[in-house]
Structures are given as C-alpha cells and as structure tokens.
Ligand binder design. Structure first.
Ligand SMILES: Nc1nc2c(ncn2[C@@H]2O[C@H](COP(=O)(O)OP(=O)(O)O[C@H]3O[C@H](CO)[C@@H](O)[C@H](O)[C@@H]3O)[C@@H](O)[C@H]2O)c(=O)[nH]1
Ligand SMILES: [Mg+2]
Length: 197
C-alpha cells in the first residue's frame, strides 16, 4: 500500500489573511505517481467543520427548510436569498450536539431521533470544510418556537415548509441550488420507502 504521508512534505505556510476565515499560502513538495517530486503552491481556506440536517415529517410528507441571504451567492450572480436545509458550524461541539442546537435556533424544532448519514468535503480543492449530514424525522408538535436564527448574529432566517416532492422539483427549476440541500433531498428520494410514514 502507498504511504500517502511520505509523498507530501509541507515546506512552508504563510498566512495571507486571518479574519473570519484564515487563508494560507502553502509550499509543498509533492511526489507524483511516477515518483518525481515537484514544489507546489496552494492557497487554502481553513474553514471549521459544519453540520446540516434534513428535517422530515413522514406523516405529512413535508420537509423543513430555511431561507436566508447569502452574500457569496448574490455576488456570483445567483439569487442571494437561498433555500437550504438547516445548517451551522460545529463551534467545537460534537456534530450531533451542534446540529440539534442549529436546528432549534433556525427552525424552532426540538429534535428527537437524529441519524448521522455521511460526511462530505464541500470544496476539497481549496477549502478544508468538512460537513456532517444528518436526518431527523419530526412531527408538527416538535416545534416549540418560531426559530429564525440568532438576533445577535443578525440572522434573518425564514422557515419554509414544503412537500418533499415540491422541494425536489425546485432543484430542477433552479430555485434550490445549495449543494448540501440537494444532497439531502436526493438522499430522501433514494430512501423514500425506508423513511415514509
Ligand atoms: N460568511 C461569513 N459569515 C460570517 C462572518 N462573520 C460572521 N458570520 C456569521 O456566522 C454565522 C454562521 O452561521 P451558522 O448557521 O453557524 O453557519 P452557516 O452559515 O449556516 O453555515 C452552513 O452553511 C454554509 C453555506 O452553505 C456552509 O458553508 C457551512 O458549512 C454550513 O453548512 C452567520 O450568522 C454569519 O452571519 C463572515 O465574515 N463571513
Ligand atoms: Mg446556519
């Protein structure tokens, strides 16, 4: 088996920006598949891990999504207000604890059973962000407040409840274009029989 560690030697790291996200310029010596070593330069954004969740009411066939302004989407020429699954940064917490907290803050739902599905690197060429994906069956009665996000963070989050099929159709129409949301909605379609009430 190849020792991947032996093929990569970090030579230097220079911080280019250290604001909300640290941006570094790395120099590394990388040995290619032919055994030749090359000096590479890579700019890397050091994002912290995150979690996201599909809240699904099996009895009503509904999913609970959130709508909020995303500046990067707006700058890329897409509509700035994006419809997404609830999500948030782990803030040093265990992924399941973090997603229970975020789901409550953003949607007002208190979660009972929570299932870890998989994890994914969202942009592995330039960003270290690792996102944990979860599923939780919910019931209307589990909603104990209006959600909406944290006032002190100026989060302005609208809760959007939709039939699963309508949400899936919104991927095709382009109204839902957030990658983690598309992945969880497609997971629900693939696993429809197992999760339906
Ligand atoms: N982007 C950004 N956000 C900032 C900044 N400063 C403060 N924030 C605030 O940091 C908070 C992050 O909220 P969370 O709910 O914890 O995270 P999230 O933004 O929903 O993150 C999720 O979605 C992202 C976009 O898809 C994902 O990148 C991320 O991994 C996660 O899944 C938001 O209130 C945001 O306004 C800044 O300089 N830049
Ligand atoms: Mg969030």
């Amino acid at each position: 088996m190849t020792d991947d560690g032996a093929r990569v030697k970090i030579v230097s790291e220079k911080t280019l920006s250290d604001g909300w996200t640290r941006l570094s310029n790395y120099e590394l010596d990388y040995m290619d598949r032919n055994g030749e070593t090359h000096r590479l330069h890579r700019e890397i954004y050091h994002r912290t891990p995150a979690a996201c969740i599909l809240l699904h009411d099996p009895k009503r066939g509904m999913v609970v999504l959130v709508k909020q302004f995303r500046l990067p989407a707006y700058l890329s020429g897409e509509p700035g207000w994006m419809i997404e699954v609830p999500a948030g940064l782990l803030d040093e917490d265990h992924p399941e604890d973090a997603i229970r907290r975020e789901a409550m803050e953003e949607t007002g739902y208190r979660l009972r059973e929570v299932r870890h599905l998989f994890k994914a690197l969202t942009s592995p060429g330039s960003v270290t962000e690792l996102v944990h994906f979860f599923y939780a069956p919910i019931d209307l009665a589990d909603r104990i407040n209006g959600g909406g996000g944290l006032a002190e963070e100026h989060e302005d989050i609208e809760v959007v409840e939709l039939p699963l099929d309508e949400a899936v159709a919104m991927i095709e129409s382009g109204e839902i274009c957030d990658a983690k949301t598309i992945m969880l909605l497609q997971w629900a379609v693939i696993n429809r029989t197992a999760i339906s009430g």
